[in-house]
Design a protein around this ligand. Structure first.
Ligand SMILES: Cc1cc2nc3c(=O)[nH]c(=O)nc-3n(C[C@H](O)[C@H](O)[C@H](O)COP(=O)(O)OP(=O)(O)OC[C@H]3O[C@@H](n4cnc5c(N)ncnc54)[C@H](O)[C@@H]3O)c2cc1C
Ligand code: FES
Length: 277
């Protein structure tokens, strides 16, 4: 069984702010008891309130943004766990377990152009990836990063302005045409390719609803593109113990003959060719 990451800790953090974001989300900011150090983009934390108002099982959330010694999580409110977190008040305490999972690989300068596809709350793991890639010791040129940000309507393009301020090309897309390109992220990508505004040979990174990830994986297979997907599976423990996050693997893929991987310790980022979507 893969072990939890050695840097994962269980700690109590203090909420410092909760800000409404878009139609149904909040940005929850917390201050851990000690600085977390550098955190790889795309890793996640299990979160619950300390006061018993959260369900017993903590819920997984990608690190959205590190602000000094504080951490931010972009949380879409869909059920009891997210409702309880969104109702946290500044000064109240939260249990955090993390950082967990593998996260995105470091993007190298001089590599293939990178196309990031974020569907709705699937945008969360991309903010730090873009920020860190532009600012790291070996920074990636902003011109080779393109972020396609899709949502059903404009209210589901969470914190869009902050993404646009990062300095990379952001292509907003909505299913109802209320903002940006009228259509989904893959249609917008096809339009960019057709217009010659993007090279054909790109690396795809995607996070969002499963149908979007499945369509992205099919596109990558057809065009023989490298493709990573970050999954938002249901989770129990987050550290590899409960078997609550199985991901069906492809026997011919790089994960080999095991029929299941654990999303929490072997993911949440997988090569699309390694898993069944
Ligand atoms: C690695 C990882 C990172 C994540 N990052 C974020 C993030 O940054 N921001 C964010 O808002 N959410 C994120 N999620 C999803 C988040 O964990 C769930 O939305 C949350 O657990 C829901 O808890 P709840 O108690 O509010 O809803 P629940 O009562 O648990 O769920 C409400 C309904 O939604 C369904 N549901 C719950 N979770 C999921 C899911 N993951 N996929 C599909 N359907 C689901 C349930 O079956 C149920 O019908 C992430 C998940 C993973 C695994
Ligand atoms: S959530 Fe428990 S094993 Fe992955």
């Amino acid at each position: 069984m893969p072990a939890p990451p050695p840097d994962a800790r269980s700690l109590v953090a203090t909420c410092t702010a909760v800000t409404e974001c878009g139609a149904d989300a909040v940005i929850l900011r917390v201050k851990p008891p000690a600085p977390s150090g550098p955190l790889r983009a795309g890793r996640f934390f299990m979160l619950r309130r300390q006061d018993g108002l959260s369900p017993a099982i903590p819920r997984p959330f990608s690190l959205y943004r590190a602000v000094g010694d504080e951490l931010e999580f972009l949380i879409k409110v869909i059920g009891p766990g997210t409702r309880a977190l969104a109702a946290t008040l500044p000064g109240e305490e939260l249990r955090l377990i993390g950082p967990l999972g593998n996260g995105w690989p470091t993007l190298e300068p001089g590599g293939k152009p990178v196309v990031m596809l974020g569907g709705g709350i699937g945008s969360a793991p991309f903010f730090e990836l873009i920020r860190q890639s532009l600012a790291g010791p070996a920074p990636v040129a902003a011109g080779v990063l393109t972020f396609f940000y899709g949502g059903a309507h404009t209210g589901l393009l969470y914190d869009l302005a902050a993404f646009e301020e990062l300095g990379v090309r952001v292509i907003a897309c909505t299913d109802d045409g209320s903002a940006g390109f009228h259509g989904n992220v893959l249609q917008a990508l096809a339009a960019e390719w057709d217009a010659g505004r993007l090279p054909q040979a790109v690396r795809l990174l995607a996070c969002g609803p499963e149908p979007m990830l499945a369509a992205t994986a099919r596109l990558a297979a057809e065009r023989e593109l490298d493709c990573l997907v970050s999954l938002e599976s249901l989770m129990g423990c987050g550290v590899g113990i409960c078997n609550g996050c199985p991901v069906t693997t492809r026997p011919d893929g790089p994960l080999g003959s095991w029929t299941n991987a654990k999303c929490c310790v072997e993911g949440p980022v997988f090569e699309a060719s390694a898993i069944e979507l």
